[in-house]
Design a protein around this ligand. Structure first.
Ligand code: ZN
Length: 168
């Protein structure tokens, strides 16, 4: 049995173990979280969240791409969220590559240079600061006063807040 078959079987048991219910589509904590796709970060468990409480947007690196801004715009303008929490983490895969190197690798393998930016980073703290600023500067988002960034340590499971220079 391959992995996906196994997960589908897990879901059957999961669904049978729970009563049916309906939660509001709008997150009850009015919060959107942007984080990395990393397999060691269980966002809901690590932050004490439950179903229905927050939006979670994930990509390689937790990067604030145009598509993340698109999702945040919908999250805030249609689904009522007000705060944005950015969570990067230690030992990120994005620190193992460079933009130029990975772009060249893709072009060499396929003959096509990607249209998207790679967005690798070496210093996780500075990347969180950049991400905070990108969110705060996006005019598509009506709620930009509660934007905070953190680094999650994948070994100790602890969050450390990252502050933008000139702020507390
Ligand atoms: Zn990562």
């Amino acid at each position: 049995m391959d992995t996906i078959d196994e997960l589908v079987a897990n879901n059957r048991r999961f669904a049978e173990s729970l009563p049916a219910r309906h939660l509001d589509v709008r997150p009850s904590r009015r919060l959107a979280i942007v984080t990395c796709m990393d397999s060691r970060l269980d966002v809901f468990a690590a932050l004490g969240l439950s179903d229905g409480e927050a939006h979670v947007l994930r990509n390689a690196g937790g990067v604030i791409t145009d598509d993340v801004i698109r999702s945040l715009a919908i999250s805030q303008r249609r689904l009522g969220t007000r705060e944005v929490m950015l969570v990067h983490h230690t030992d990120c895969g994005m620190q193992t590559l460079t933009d130029d190197g990975f772009r060249a690798e893709l072009q060499e393998a396929t003959g096509v240079a990607p249209a998207f930016a790679i967005e690798s980073f070496s210093d996780v703290g500075s990347d969180v600061r950049q991400s905070i600023l990108r969110v705060r500067r996006s005019a598509f988002l009506p709620h930009r006063d509660q934007v905070r960034g953190f680094v999650y340590d994948v070994d100790s499971h602890r969050l450390d807040e990252v502050h933008v220079e000139g702020e507390d």
